[in-house]
Design a protein around this ligand. Structure first.
Ligand code: DP6
Length: 351
């Protein structure tokens, strides 16, 4: 890994009570072993553990300010007032923070997002990670990074992983036990990786919102896809193989496992009833180019989330060559190079 990222607790204002206002920044993460399917919708508990790399691009900065006079929460995303399902999810999340803090005070949330929203680039991951850190501080909760990852999970599963930098595993936790035990067992933590200097080349082949939300798509997959259970079982094996590949710094194995896990996840949704197909012809064009790069001797491997965009894992030293090849394949689309990024952090009280 090129950069060391702090895994120290993201401190709230310990023992000082609510600051009333706090700002946090978080980055998205891309799963190399996917989270796809919840065993508990309310607690956001996944069927399988997942593993990701936090990016150094597309930061989300969120300010939470308590407003004792307000009758309800308000939120703005890049200056535009949030409404509908987006506001409902933010309010439900703040309600959870209020219940934990024993507060009834409403909040004003301001978010600046640099990731194209709703395009399968996990804006909910950086969004709920930043909201968890800022809201916990504003309401005076003194939580370490592990507890903050559990809290962020309740907003969006993948957000639990954005609490940490570099490679991160999110444990599914045990399937037996009480709700409180299940909640405690499902958290994220950093994963050791030896001597890997990775890059992710991100091909944004479509930055528009998706037709089926990942939340709805994963529910439909779990409920109707005959391929879901077999994929979930094989994903546990993929995770064990991935951890071993990271430990020995084997980027070819990391890429191979990530690619097969992602293609398997998309197979589960293609087999759902009705099918969910996020992959477009531009996606397939990039996948073909990546195969060609491998034939040319370059370690390059694809992964796709709930959208048509492709993220290509490669060595940092090869990133410009890989990005050039992908740009040639989809000349009208945006192609960016990301590296490993830092975990979520508080920017300072009252900022
Ligand atoms: C395909 O974390 O957005 O990106 O928990 O319902 O908010 P909710 O889902 P979300 O799903 C991400 C799915 C994925 C794979 C991954 O990031 O692991």
């Amino acid at each position: 890994m090129r950069t060391e990222h702090s895994t120290a607790p993201v401190a709230g204002p310990s023992g000082q009570g609510a600051t009333g206002s706090a700002t946090a920044v978080a980055h998205p993460n891309i799963a190399l072993i996917k989270y796809w399917g919840k065993r508990d919708q309310r607690l956001v508990l996944p069927w399988t553990s997942s593993l990701s790399m936090t990016l150094d691009l597309f930061a989300t900065t969120t300010r939470v300010r308590l407003d004792p006079g307000a009758g309800h929460d308000t939120a703005a995303l890049n200056g535009v007032p949030a409404t509908g399902e987006t506001l409902r999810r933010i309010t439900a999340f703040l309600q959870l923070v209020r219940e934990t803090a024993g507060s009834g005070v409403r909040a004003v949330v301001d978010t600046e997002n640099t990731v194209p929203t709703g395009a399968g680039l996990a804006s909910s991951a950086s969004g709920f990670a930043a909201l968890a850190v800022a809201a916990a501080a504003a309401y005076g909760l003194d939580l370490d990074a592990t507890a903050l990852s559990r809290l962020a999970r309740r907003g969006s599963g993948s957000a639990s992983r954005s609490l940490f930098g570099g490679f991160v595993v999110w444990h599914a936790g045990a399937e037996t036990g009480t709700a409180a035990e299940a909640d405690l067992g499902s958290y994220a933590e950093p994963v050791p990786a030896a001597g890997i200097d990775p890059a992710l080349v991100v091909a944004v082949v479509d930055a528009g919102p998706k037709e089926v939300s990942s939340r709805e798509a994963m529910r439909r997959t779990v409920d109707t896809s005959p391929l879901f259970r077999p994929w979930a079982a094989s994903s546990e094996d993929d995770l064990a193989d991935m951890r071993a590949a990271l430990r020995r710094g084997d980027i070819d194995a990391v890429g191979e496992i990530a690619e097969r896990n992602a293609l398997g996840m998309h197979a589960t949704m293609l087999a759902a009833r009705p099918a969910v197909r996020y992959l477009s012809s531009a996606t397939v064009t990039v996948l073909d180019r990546v195969l060609q790069l491998r034939r040319e001797g370059i370690a390059a491997y694809s992964t796709m989330d709930a959208g048509p965009n492709v993220k290509v894992l490669c060595r940092r030293a090869d990133a410009e060559r890989v990005a050039g090849a992908v740009r040639d394949a989809v000349p009208d689309d945006t192609v960016l190079v990301a590296g490993p990024g830092p975990g979520a952090r508080l920017l300072g009280e009252g900022t």
